[in-house]
Design a protein around this ligand. Structure first.
Ligand code: SF4
Length: 160
């Protein structure tokens, strides 16, 4: 979804968004029943844990104290293709709840996007109604809305 602004070669060389530590494990993607079932059929080696109405990938802590998404192939990247969760399709944009309003923020940990000017990051949200699509998806998948985390710059606040 972010092909205009984020080159797949940059993502392939990085993969930071597919590895979590104990401080950002809350960032792991949320799947609905339909997607979880489809992925289970395609990749029976993957397992899941329930979270609210959705599902998370089951991840084990590695010796380096990190949690590697089990859908990550260290050589070729994410194995899911079109079944990549919505959270991952829009990352590093995040939808969060702040003071009773939904906002779209950006994860500063993304080295490529965080170097871009604010004007470009905000313009991308307006192109092809990306922000509206994120809010609409969250209407039917409220589990993807994270609680606001300090340090995530807010780029757009949902209209009241
Ligand atoms: S589902 Fe794919 S893109 Fe998302 S965190 Fe896992 S490996 Fe990365």
């Amino acid at each position: 979804m972010l092909k205009n602004i984020l080159k797949s070669s940059d993502c392939a060389a990085c993969k930071i968004c597919c590895v979590f530590d104990k401080y950002d494990i809350w960032e792991t993607p949320v799947l609905d029943d339909e997607l979880k079932n489809r992925i289970s059929e395609r990749f029976p080696q993957l397992s899941f844990v329930k979270k609210g109405e959705g599902w998370l990938f089951r991840m084990e802590e590695s010796e380096d104290e990190l949690f590697y998404c089990p859908a990550l192939d260290k050589n070729s990247g994410c194995i899911l293709g079109e079944d990549k969760p919505f959270d991952c399709k829009i990352w590093p944009y995040r939808i969060m709840e702040l003071g009773g309003r939904r906002v779209i923020s950006i994860a500063s940990i993304c080295p490529t996007m965080f170097k871009k000017p604010l004007s470009e990051l905000c313009a991308e949200l307006e192109k092809n109604n990306l922000a509206d699509k994120i809010f609409e998806f969250a209407d039917s998948h409220p589990d993807i809305v994270k609680q606001y985390e300090y340090g995530y710059p807010v780029l757009k606040v949902e209209k009241a």
